[in-house]
Design a protein around this ligand. Structure first.
Ligand code: TRP
Length: 451
């Protein structure tokens, strides 16, 4: 397919891989995965999540990168161009449109949680974890949540950080920084894990996360695991598609996907083990919800030698991981605006930034003064945005992308783009045609009480 505009491309395959890993590794791994595992009863959630990564996540990530690279456009116009190429309906562009909005809805709450992390950087640096016990860590966190002004200020700062990078384009500076900071995050995670193993109850954490107990699997847990596989790999809304559209032709999509998926899953599991070792050692509540890491990690850092230093570094790196993810949440919308309107990148970034910032304020307030404002199904504002995007919009987007790539696109086009032939191609195609869509559909139908 020909290129419409002179679009920028990643400088090489490493920068693409880093950017994609940077998008995938974020609050989803460090904040969300442990708390969801806790809320959903441990191992059942973890095992279903791993199955979803393997059966749905990895094939779909290849699919989404492939769609983007072939289209060479933003997700909306890209889906339209691919549909035309395949002689299919123009309605396919709605996959891109819905994805674009899903990204903005996610960013609204993502930015608020990233704001918590920024606050914890400052707390760590000022030594406020020194010697805290479980009760103190909890009350510090709850007091913080009940101070809406602070939440809003940190959310504002994070939004400005995100938009100022996006405004400039994902520049070499950030790619460069990623190269140092992502390995640093990994290293400090290992330190944390080692420490948690030494002082915490590592055996109980392993049992909690990995002992198969399928009696605990509820339909809700299965849906959450599927949704989280999408969230964690950044799939189903066009983020990976737009990154793929900046990818040069010679880079292997298959190999890149495996690297990203492995790094991504490893980070989640390691953080989970570190957290639950502490949870069980200190008799904390595994199902504490979104506050879990903020209520457990200060205890460990507070006792560790040089704990202030490690805590500051840890939260700083988490903030960085969140930053590189947030960028990818707005990139589809920015790409669409700059390719379809007269707005410059900078104007587009500020327009979207301000709109999303306002939505984020509502989320920030939903942890205190607007706690009782219920939207759908009795959920508050934060839970509504989280559940609507993670459990519904992302899997739905992924389902449609899989159906499009598996049934609508022409085989030679797909093969050419993926660089696969023979048995590996047939395996991928079988998965994308049958396994992934059926898995997603069954989970949806189960939830609606249809099977
Ligand atoms: N994957 C990121 C995380 O785990 C969040 C994220 C970034 C995302 N871009 C996305 C989620 C696109 C869904 C879709 O924190």
């Amino acid at each position: 397919m020909t290129q419409t505009t002179h679009r920028s491309h990643w400088s090489n395959r490493w920068t693409f891989m880093l950017a994609t890993a940077g998008s995938a590794v974020g609050l989803g791994n460090i904040w969300k995965f442990p708390f969801m595992t806790g809320v959903n009863g441990g191992s059942a959630f973890v095992l279903v999540f791993l199955a979803c990564i393997a059966l749905v996540g990895i094939p779909l990530m290849m699919c989404e990168i492939m769609l983007g690279r072939r289209a060479q456009r933003n997700p909306v116009d890209g889906m339209l161009a691919l549909a035309r190429e395949a002689g299919a309906s123009a309605l396919w562009k709605w996959v891109g449109v819905v994805g674009l909005f899903a990204g903005l809805l996610i960013l609204a709450f993502y930015s608020v949680i990233a704001g918590w992390v920024l606050d914890y950087v400052v707390r760590a640096a000022s030594g406020s974890f020194k010697g805290v016990d479980a009760a103190m860590a909890q009350s510090q966190f709850n007091t913080f949540l009940a101070t809406p002004l602070e939440l809003v200020l940190w959310h504002s700062l994070f939004m400005v950080m995100t938009m100022s990078v996006v405004a400039r384009g994902v520049n070499a500076g950030l790619e460069q920084a990623n190269k140092i900071l992502m390995p640093a995050l990994f290293a400090i995670l290992l330190v944390l894990l080692g420490y948690s193993m030494a002082v915490g109850n590592f055996a109980a954490a392993v049992r909690f996360m990995f002992t198969p107990d399928f009696s605990k699997i509820t339909p809700g847990a299965v849906l959450s695991a599927l949704g989280h596989a999408f969230f964690s790999l950044s799939l189903g809304m066009g983020a990976v598609m737009v990154y793929g559209s900046y990818l040069q032709r010679h880079v292997s999509i298959v190999r890149t996907t495996f690297y990203v998926a492995i790094a991504e899953t490893a980070v989640g599991l390691l953080v989970g083990l570190a957290i639950f070792s502490l949870v069980f050692a200190y008799d904390l509540e595994p199902g504490a919800g979104p506050g879990l890491i903020f209520q457990t990690l200060p205890i460990a850092f507070g006792q560790m030698p040089a704990g202030n230093f490690f805590a500051t570094l840890f939260f700083l790196l988490v903030a960085f991981a969140a930053w590189t993810s947030a960028i990818s949440l707005v990139e589809p919308a920015i790409a669409w605006l700059t390719e379809n309107t007269k707005l410059t990148r900078k104007q587009a970034a500020w327009l979207i930034g301000v709109t999303d910032w306002i939505l984020g304020i509502a989320v920030a307030l939903s942890f205190s003064v607007w706690k009782d404002v219920k939207l759908f199904f009795g959920l508050n504002i934060f839970d509504t945005l989280d559940k609507l995007t993670t459990n519904i919009l992302l899997p739905l987007g992924g389902l449609l992308m899989a159906l499009f790539a598996g049934w609508v696109m022409k085989t030679p086009h797909v093969q050419d783009e993926l660089g696969l032939a023979g048995a590996p191609y047939r395996l991928w195609r079988f998965t994308i045609r049958f396994i992934s869509p059926i898995a997603i559909l069954m989970i949806f139908m189960y939830l609606l009480g249809l099977v």
